[in-house]
Design a protein around this ligand. Structure first.
Ligand code: XMP
Length: 514
């Protein structure tokens, strides 16, 4: 992999993640660290460039996040964004004050210096639509700095140092509303930092395979396959590195959607020679869930049962040293913790297992975002249907059946759910939404079929749009599609005579019903 790296110091802005993504989209590797990163550690990373992010704080607050001013002595180009530009200004001897007029949202940028961050934009108009979000502004430049662009309320909307590779922008190049954002970031990473666009999935695979081989040596690794994209890509990547030393364990809880895990298992069995232990736990889980109505109790029993079965199977594999798991970058970023914002902890998808079994972790996806994992999966040859699968909760259909879980009720829900999936896919909506699924309600309602009265179950249809599952809104599906789904469920699924559509957003509702 390329040894070039842009290090982003995070001061708590909501858009810090986007900076990393926008840089990676230009095929340059970038990673985020808290602003408290000690100078010697930063220097040891040998960054090709440093970006100082925005922040909800003001540089003059008592508890303002301030990074080590020693970074300006590392001989590395520095780009300050919003708060980052203001911090750079005061640390290098300029002045920042509360602006009389705050700028939030769109602003017109007037470029005065058509080089540096604005190189290559000469032929375009000198006015550009950018996105601002600040209450403070630079009032006096630090010695050696000059103005590169202005806006109506920011006389120093972009700045540059005359001799050193230090630049700053008051606007946010990382957000989509800043139309010249990619060019500005590109000018920093390619022009000022001299990076080459060589961070590709191909180079990532080569580097990660070598890393995993070096770490694992001759030891054995296990991995819990769930059928989801993260664990599948993890397994495929680790398998490419160490082949037979990897054993995957797939615990069939009997709570999966119809056919959902099969495509992944088929791929691994038929296309790769990955060793997969396929455990049928469906009877175990049905027994463990018998008579349990409380959602938390269901989750607890499923979680414990999963660990028990997985552990028993893993012990049969023999001496195992590592557990491979599909932790992604958003889970491991140590976000800056100030003003009550809690740091994000590393996720453990197989809760507690590494400690219990004294396994060390291998997390080959920990530097990647979800869309990068999908790209990687395609590169590794995984089937598209597995790569673009919607998220599915660990406890499976158990949290989509309100009340008792029985084999019969599972079969009813599964049938209805298949129809939802088929129709969503046929209509081209499956990939457009975050999740779409059926829920079985614990009530019966009256209907009429033929000449007879029916008294049967209700299926709720849940379909949401979301970016990260933290918030979600119900999808405005076309009436014709809703009609087709309802019609088919009532006609084809025995015991169901009514379908309703869930029109609640999250918050205050959640995506799953339990
Ligand atoms: P909620 O229902 O909390 O769901 O709005 C947010 C997202 O998380 C998924 N989900 C789970 N995923 N284990 C998982 O791996 C779980 O226990 C679990 N519960 C909910 C849900 O499908 C949605 O995408």
């Amino acid at each position: 992999m390329s040894t070039q790296k842009i290090v982003i110091l995070d001061f708590g802005s909501q858009t810090t993640l986007l900076i990393a993504r926008r840089i990676r989209e230009q095929k340059v590797y970038s990673e985020i660290h808290p602003y408290t990163l000690p100078l010697d550690k930063l220097a040891a990373m040998q960054p090709t460039g440093i970006v100082l992010s925005g922040s909800p704080a003001s540089v003059y607050d008592d508890d303002a996040p301030i990074s080590d001013p020693g970074i300006y002595g590392l001989g590395v180009p520095v780009l300050g964004i919003c708060y980052g530009a203001q911090l750079m200004t005061i640390q290098l001897g300029g002045k920042v004050e509360r602006a009389e007029k705050r700028e939030f949202g769109e602003a017109q940028l007037h470029v005065e210096y058509a080089g540096g961050l604005f190189a290559g934009l000469e032929t375009a108009p000198t006015h550009h639509r950018v996105w601002m979000s600040h209450g403070d502004r630079i009032e006096a430049l630090a010695p050696g700095f000059a103005v590169s662009a202005t806006s109506a309320h920011s006389p120093y909307a972009a700045i540059r140092h005359a001799e050193q590779p230090f630049v700053g922008v008051q606007f946010h190049p990382e957000v989509a509303h800043t139309l010249i954002g990619a060019e500005v970031l590109g000018n920093f990473i390619f022009g000022l930092c001299g990076c080459r666009p060589d961070w590709t999935m191909h180079s990532f695979i080569d580097a990660t395979v070598a890393e995993v081989q070096a770490k694992v040596g001759a030891d054995r690794v296990i991995c819990a396959l769930s059928g989801g994209v993260d664990s599948s890509v993890t397994a495929a990547l680790v398998h490419r590195a160490i082949g037979d030393q990897l054993t995957c364990i797939y615990v069939n809880t009997g709570l999966m959607r119809a056919g959902e895990s099969e495509s992944v298992l088929r791929f691994f069995r038929e296309t790769t020679r990955l060793k997969v232990i396929d455990v049928d736990g469906s009877g175990y889980f049905l027994a463990a869930l018998a008579g349990v109505k409380d959602p938390e109790e269901k989750r607890k029993r499923i979680g414990n049962g999963f660990i028990e079965i997985f552990e028993a199977e893993a012990r049969k594999v023999g001496q195992v040293r590592y557990l491979a798991q599909g932790t992604l970058y958003p889970d491991v970023i140590e976000s800056v913790a100030f003003r009550g914002k809690a740091p994000i902890k590393s996720h453990h998808n197989v809760g507690g297992l590494p400690e219990r079994m004294q396994l060390d972790l291998i997390e080959p996806l920990r530097e990647l975002f979800k869309d990068e994992v999908r790209e990687l999966g395609l590169e590794l040859g995984l089937p598209e249907e597995a790569i673009y699968r919607q998220p599915f909760p660990g406890p499976g259909l158990a949290v989509r059946i309100m009340g008792d879980i029985t084999a019969e009720r599972l079969a009813t829900l599964r049938q209805a759910d298949v129809i939802v999936l088929e129709e969503m896919k046929d209509a081209g909506w499956y990939r457009k939404v975050w999740q779409s699924f059926a829920v079985l309600l614990p009530i019966q309602t009256v209907g009429v079929m033929g000449d007879g009265r029916t008294y049967e179950h209700v299926i709720a249809l849940r379909c949401v749009d979301s970016k990260d599952a933290m918030t979600a809104d119900w999808t405005r599906l076309p009436y014709e599609l809703l009609g087709r789904i309802s019609n088919r469920i009532i006609n084809e699924v025995r015991g169901v005579n009514r379908v309703v559509y869930d029109i609640s957003s999250k918050p205050p509702s959640t995506i799953e019903w339990e």
